[in-house]
Design a protein around this ligand. Sequence first.
Ligand SMILES: Nc1ncnc2c1ncn2[C@@H]1O[C@H](COP(=O)(O)OP(=O)(O)OP(=O)(O)O)[C@@H](O)[C@H]1O
Ligand SMILES: [Mg+2]
Length: 352
Amino acid sequence: MYVELKHINKNYGNFQASKDVSFGIEQGKLVALLGPSGSGKTTILRMIAGLEHPNSGEILIDGKVVNDIPATKRGIGFVFQSYALFRYMTVFDNVAFGLEIQKVPKDEIKKRVLELIELVGLKGMEKRYPNQLSGGQRQRVAFARALAPNPSILLLDEPFAAIDAKVRQELRSWLKNMIEKLGVTSIFVTHDQDEAIEVADEIIITNKGRVEQKGTPIEVYQNPKTAFTASFFGQPSELVDYKQFNTFKDLKNVDKVFVRPEFVKVTKKSEQQFYKTSAVEGVIEQIFFRGNTLELVVRVGDNVFTARRGLDEELVEIGEKVDIFLYRIFVTSGDEAHLVQNQSIREESLVI
Ligand SMILES: Nc1ncnc2c1ncn2[C@@H]1O[C@H](COP(=O)(O)OP(=O)(O)OP(=O)(O)O)[C@@H](O)[C@H]1O
Ligand SMILES: [Mg+2]
């Protein structure tokens, strides 16, 4: 493991912002820290950078404990949000900043800075000031500035937070390609699940100062191991009374039940219903057009949840009665979560 945290605890006064945090990151990987606000993501990043110090536990970089190594000696680049550019410095001077501090010779600085500005696609803009750039361009400058001293680790704290959706999308793939090309081990913080899924090699889910789960996006998506991850990842809806679905009968130790939109089959009354005995009637309460799908808010008894239908299917209307079938659900008991399949899929497909 190139970056390793071992049993890290961090207090701010009486408040514990990191609780027994342990994880490792392999060299060259791009890892996302994903979790709700206040779950301790920035705290973790700042401790790796050496800007905060853990109360206990060890941080290792390339096999060496770095707890007592100051931030400037850790070989880390940090990208903050866009306002972190120096407003009164040009693009060139912003990117050169770290190298100036290291007293790198002027001609070397010039070469490296121009190279980086070209790399991030801002050639010709060296003399501009941050307020003469778009949000996306500013983030590219911040990225070039962090890379200038050739860090072995790059940390990015919500790098796209201040940027509008379209540019954000472009920057995501740009960042992923860039990091792959450079091979620099990178950790980025995000609130945005889609961003984490799309960009990261691995996702670390944080909640209340703890690490809930770590894995590839697909592993974590398909197999949430903790109650929190099941309740947080993949647009889950909580079912207040799963018994109203007449299906999942013999569950034991159920604390909460969640469904994701892709677990729900919505069938119009006029359409053929494959799962006759285990479908229940529901009502469409809201419809949102999401570009390539329709997102539906459906009610079955006291349960209100999100489902989807494709645009190639016949349209449904608000107030329309439909049949609802759940392929599967997530059940949580205590801190754990597991997936329960609807048994009637097997039984009824035998009849058909
Ligand atoms: N310097 C500090 N002094 C006291 N409490 C702090 C300090 N920094 C952070 N905290 C607290 O620690 C907790 C974790 O903060 P942190 O900034 O790591 O969260 P985060 O996951 O990055 O949240 P966000 O997504 O909102 O940025 C929060 O409850 C925060 O209020
Ligand atoms: Mg934060």
